[in-house]
Design a protein around this ligand. Structure first.
Ligand code: FAD
Ligand code: NAP
Length: 534
């Protein structure tokens, strides 16, 4: 039965972005409805229940910082919190802020159309509901549109076949099984060591070796937790102005690797490798811009693989050779490389012997047939645009977002796109988003959006829309900053290379969280320069 309702704002998605978006707008007195396809809150942490799933930005940074009550009322167990704990935390926040009464689950938004006469968005859901709202906030996630590979015969597989980003809620029992994992990005690298301990045999199908830094995960010391709580609010404030929106995970070394001698350079690499996590990426300020420095970091990381892996042939296969260090999203692991020393684990190099088919009971490559009982697809996402373009979004004159973005996603600040008034995108292409501590970036986007919608109400304006010129200039700026780095060289999901036919377009903003925030705040202070208010 078709039902309809009207709100000031509709928020789509109940991950970190949607949870804070709903709260922030409701606090300003707006009538808000949140729509979520899943049966509960959590977003990434609702869907990704695969073995070993956890954050790889340290928990101290990877949490909300907008309300001290949340920080004081929650205690984290690990340096990198496991998925179940983050999901419990997000349910705790939802209940603490009494958000559930304005959330609607098991409902997927299928279309969103801007009604120019009524100046509002009309959404249609898969439950047949029509929802009208003056503003629409897409908190649909940068990494939420799971992507299964187009391998012939995949649908014929008779055993269990699970994508890491759509993991069964009651878990998967791999005991006694022969398991195939396809994919060696962050999800594969986190799950492989754990699945190896559960399965009888594990075969890892690797197309591209990835750089991975050890996590050195450990339980949190209560004294550290107490210290963190005492200074969290001021530390988080300082983190807002850093390159990646962190204060605990790592400290950037603002020194060129070219200004220190070889001994000092290796010592810094070693120190950061021993500390664990993303800090290695910030060993020097030119690691991602200077090829020579990058090569040295890459060689350091490859040497660590050779240190750990017993079989030299396997070690070489696990050494990334075809892209600059950290030009694909850096992975953070616990015992990933050492897992290949286990007698029950084998590595298949898909560059040499690609998969040709999946049969009901096997994975077949050009060289061999591997009989398996289960397949794990750690094959990633249609990142940054996938969830948005899965919705039929139509702006002025009925123009579709898919049509507007046919050559790549163009936005102003990664928040709005011209021709789509009152449509706010949280951490979309053109913003630092996936290159940062996402929680820091999400909070900034939600707060900017809330202030913007409040400003419209205060100034008696019904719509805000990015100007085409401002958008063009921003896209050029994003492109220019990306080209100062080695990042666009890799065939990564940052450029859409993992999705056949997706236009190659470096999507995230490499200019850093702090400078981005300054710019966004200035634009707001200037009466939303580059936007048309009507
Ligand atoms: P999501 O959490 O993706 O939530 C989006 C929600 O929108 C989903 O629940 C989805 O069901 C819903 N949705 C989408 N489309 C529709 C629709 N049409 N109708 C209704 N609902 C819809 N980032 C970090 O900074 N640090 C980390 O350590 C880190 N670890 C990660 C680990 C994994 C396994 C993955 C996949 C990502 C990780 N990320 C990490 C990125 C992570 O996605 C973000 O940190 C953050 O959780 C994103 O929150 P979000 O609310 O923006 O999006
Ligand atoms: P991903 O980084 O895109 O990795 C997907 C893997 O699957 C790649 O190794 C890819 O190979 C391979 N693959 C894809 N299609 C294939 C095919 N047809 N045949 C063979 N191999 C194929 O995806 P992800 O690992 O899910 O990670 C996505 C992002 O989510 C991460 O980069 C990160 O931002 C986030 N994440 C974070 C964590 C964390 O540690 N907290 C964990 C998981 C995810 P190619 O490289 O050759 O394409």
């Amino acid at each position: 039965m078709e039902r309809s309702s009207t709100y000031d704002v509709v928020v789509v998605g109940a991950g970190f972005s949607g949870i804070y978006g709903l709260h922030s707008l409701r606090e300003r007195g707006f009538r808000v409805r949140l729509i979520e396809a899943a049966s509960g809150v959590g977003g990434t942490w609702y869907w990704n229940r695969y073995p070993g799933a956890r954050c790889d930005v340290e928990t101290t940074d990877y949490q909300f910082g907008f309300d001290e009550r949340i920080v004081q009322g929650w205690t984290w167990s690990q340096r990198y919190a496991p998925q179940a704990e983050i999901l419990t935390y997000l349910n705790y926040v939802t209940d603490l802020l009494d958000l559930r009464r304005d959330m609607q689950f098991d409902t997927r938004v299928e279309s969103a159309t801007f009604d120019e006469d009524a100046t509002r968005w009309e959404l249609v859901t898969d439950t047949g509901e029509r929802i009208a709202a003056q503003h629409c906030v897409m908190a649909t996630g940068s990494l939420s549109a799971a992507r299964a590979p187009d391998i012939p015969g995949l649908a014929s597989f008779a055993g269990g076949c699970h994508h890491t980003g759509r993991w069964p809620h009651d878990g998967v029992d791999f005991a006694g099984q022969r398991v195939a994992v396809i994919g060696t990005g962050s999800s594969g690298i986190q799950s492989i060591p754990v699945i190896a301990q559960q399965a009888r045999e594990l075969t890892v199908f690797q197309r591209t070796a990835n750089f991975s830094v050890p996590a050195h995960d450990r339980p949190r010391d209560p004294a550290d937790e107490a210290r963190m709580k005492r200074t969290f609010m001021q530390d988080r404030e300082a983190a807002k102005w850093t390159t990646q929106g962190v204060f605990a995970s790592w400290v950037a070394n603002d020194v060129s690797a070219l200004d220190v001698d070889d001994h000092a350079r290796q010592a810094e690499f070693s120190r950061r490798w021993a500390h664990g996590g993303f800090g290695f990426f910030e060993s020097f300020n030119d690691l991602i811009t200077d090829r020579d420095v990058n090569d040295q970091a890459a060689e350091f990381a490859r040497a660590r693989v050779r240190d750990v892996v017993d079989d030299p042939t396997v070690a070489e296969l696990l050494c990334p050779q075809d892209h600059p260090f950290a030009s694909k999203r850096l992975c953070v692991d616990t015992d990933y490389h050492a897992t290949f020393n286990r007698p029950n684990v084998a590595l298949v190099d898909l560059r040499a012997t690609p998969i040709v088919a999946i049969t009901p009971h096997s994975v077949r490559t050009t060289a061999a047939e591997f009989a398996v009982d289960s397949i794990v697809l750690a094959t990633g996402y249609d990142a940054m645009t996938g969830a948005l373009l899965a919705i039929d979004i139509r702006g002025r004159n009925g123009v579709g977002l898919a049509e507007k973005w046919s050559a790549g996603p163009v936005t102003y600040l990664g928040i709005q796109t011209a021709g789509f008034p009152n449509l706010f995108l949280i951490t979309a292409p053109g913003s630092p988003s996936v290159l940062s501590n996402m929680i820091s970036s999400i909070e900034q986007h939600v707060e900017w959006t809330t202030d913007c919608i409040t400003y419209l109400r205060q100034h008696g304006q019904r719509t805000i829309e990015a100007e085409s010129d401002a958008e063009r200039a921003w896209v050029a700026h994003v492109d220019e900053r990306a080209s100062e780095t080695l990042m666009p060289e890799a065939d990564s999901w940052y450029v859409g290379a993992n999705i056949p036919g997706k236009p190659r377009f470096f999507m995230p903003y490499t200019g850093g969280v702090g400078s981005y925030r300054r710019r966004a705040e200035q634009i707001a202070a200037d009466g939303y320069a580059g936007f048309v208010l009507a």
